[in-house]
Write a protein that binds this ligand. Sequence first.
Ligand SMILES: Nc1ncnc2c1ncn2[C@@H]1O[C@H](COP(=O)(O)OP(=O)(O)OP(=O)(O)O)[C@@H](O)[C@H]1O
Length: 253
Amino acid sequence: MELELRNVSKAFGPKIVLRGVSLTARTGMCVGVLGRNGAGKSTLFNLLTNVLLPSQGQLLIDGVALGETFPVAVKRRLGALVNQAYLVEELTAEEYLQFVARIYALPDAQARIASLLGHLLEDYEAVRRKRLATFSTGMKQRVAIASCLLHRPELLILDEPFNGLDVFAADRVLGLLRSYQPQALAFISSHNLAHIEQLATHLLVIDENEVKFWGTMDEFAHGNRAALSDALLQLLHPATSHTQDLTWLTAQR
Ligand SMILES: Nc1ncnc2c1ncn2[C@@H]1O[C@H](COP(=O)(O)OP(=O)(O)OP(=O)(O)O)[C@@H](O)[C@H]1O
């Protein structure tokens, strides 16, 4: 799979929130998407998943331009977690994944579901008959991640997949994504640089609604992944903020 973004921009009314994004990425690449709050990352993920339409520019898969609505054949190749994870909370985790499996007409769904949920939920046996409405935030996030991987997508779009995950779950998801990496082209955002450092082969840094860096992780961090945060701070100047008087908060009682 090869995905190309050709001069993609997005505006809401007069406000341009993403300007002139161009890149080509292919299977085996894991693109870490970084940038400060409000930079335009989620907007990009929404464009990649057809939740939003570009105001300008084109998305192409394997050289073919995607129209206003992605063809079903393309959607079948896509696994995505964007915005708030959407789960049918009246169902159990297993029932929900069976529902997802039916959408994709998966042949060996039950085996896939049991192994994925068993891997991502340590206490799967204890919770398998419980409705998702009774799950904690992190448990729901694990089920949402499982639902993205169930059909072995070739294009994996994960906006803040580590949100709400405890350290053990994050480790399991990291391991899973690392082993899946050769099978897919992935775009993953996280404000936790340690996760990006462990996963990304490439980085896309967005700031002030523009691409500030697009290239390999080694180019960005000069071969030293541990220096990712320093390199990012150098690239993105801190936002100017007026000094506020907060002594009302910090003064001794
Ligand atoms: N529906 C909308 N209408 C108008 N402006 C919007 C809309 N959605 C997003 N924006 C604006 O677009 C800009 C980029 O938002 P976006 O959610 O893509 O940022 P982000 O990089 O994902 O931020 P964060 O790290 O906080 O999640 C922001 O200025 C935001 O206010």
